[in-house]
Design a protein around this ligand. Structure first.
Ligand code: ADP
Ligand code: MG
Length: 302
């Protein structure tokens, strides 16, 4: 059983089926990217993971324990919803005091340290007067100070500028490295999560279509640039070539094997030059998981 999981989770809004046998598995200490187009059911599954919603059917468990109406499980998690809510009149400092009162592991020291990073936010200013992006920063700042076992972020970087995104990612990854925090982040765009996740789950129409460890995917697919003296040779059917593009005499092959295996196999054709190139997450998904699938394609729209 995974650390945090849903098993055949069902949710209906009236007769509309928002979650349709959704099964999701998050391992302890991983950074899990939950990706899917708008309306896929990401926020709905997150509200089940965090115990906001009661499952219509199926289960939601943290460390083997059901989450719904389980204060002990909920206390281990911190959740930043997509639509933030702040008290009227409250400043960041007020919220800090409030969090200090309700979260037993709240670290005031961490809060003070992070002031430098969030220096664009005046602590005593009313949060509701801050921009949407700044409000997200406040939510994130306070959330990491609660030192949760599980941090769940629903579309956290919407509205953040690239510099702030990078800083937020750094704080997050530091936490994962130092404390073994388990992180689940949702996004409608796979590219946004490229540099941070080690696992990716893809949702579409209320289902979790696929879940993958990125290192598994990366180890099983490679991109090789290759030059031959003459034309591209007739490769054996045995070679796991998924795709070829050519610009003049430079050919780029996508192969379903490790780069090392690809180079070994291709060296038998005596190329003049051969170089493995890094693959983007987008390429991995498109080639390995079937780029003709509309659900997968949609994830790369900006
Ligand atoms: P995502 O976060 O992936 O964009 P959501 O989980 O917010 O998607 O929504 C999934 C589907 O469920 C959408 O079609 C949405 O309209 C519907 N939905 C979500 N919340 C409600 C609700 N409270 N009442 C009725 N329909 C809802
Ligand atoms: Mg959502």
């Amino acid at each position: 059983m995974s650390f945090l999981e849903t098993d055949h989770l069902m949710k209906f809004f009236d007769r509309f089926c928002a979650l349709d046998h959704a099964s999701l598995h998050v391992e302890k200490g991983s950074v899990y990217g939950l990706v899917g187009p708008n309306g896929a059911g990401k926020s709905t599954i997150i509200k089940h993971l965090t115990g906001v919603y009661k499952p219509d059917d199926g289960t939601v468990t943290l460390d083997g324990e059901p989450v719904y109406e389980n204060p002990a499980a909920k206390a281990r998690m911190m959740y930043i919803p997509d639509n933030l809510y702040y008290f009227q009149q409250a400043s960041t400092r007020d919220m800090m005091k409030f969090y200090q009162g309700i979260y037993p592991n709240f670290s005031t020291e961490r809060y003070e340290k992070l002031k430098d990073i969030f220096s664009n936010i005046k602590e005593k200013q009313n949060i509701r007067r801050l921009s949407k992006g700044m409000q997200k920063q406040v939510a994130f700042w306070l959330a990491v100070c609660t030192n949760p076992d599980v941090l769940i972020l629903d579309e956290p970087i919407d509205g953040l500028d690239p510099v702030m995104r990078k800083q937020v990612w750094n704080i997050l990854l530091d936490d994962v490295a130092m404390r073994g925090t388990t992180v689940l982040i949702s996004s409608h765009n796979l590219r946004e999560l490229e540099d941070v996740c080690d696992h990716v789950g893809i949702m579409h129409k209320g289902k979790v279509l696929m879940e993958h460890s990125l290192s598994d995917l990366q180890g099983n697919i490679s991109k090789i640039q290759i030059v031959f003296e003459h034309d591209l040779p007739e490769f054996s059917e045995q070679l796991p070539i998924l795709h070829t593009t050519s610009v003049g005499r430079i050919h780029t092959l996508i192969m379903q094997c490790s780069a090392k295996t690809a180079e070994e196999m291709l060296s038998e054709y005596h190329p003049l030059l051969m170089d493995p190139l890094p693959l983007t997450l987008e390429e991995i998904f498109i080639y390995e998981l079937g780029g003709n699938d509309y659900a997968v394609k949609e994830l790369f729209l900006d």
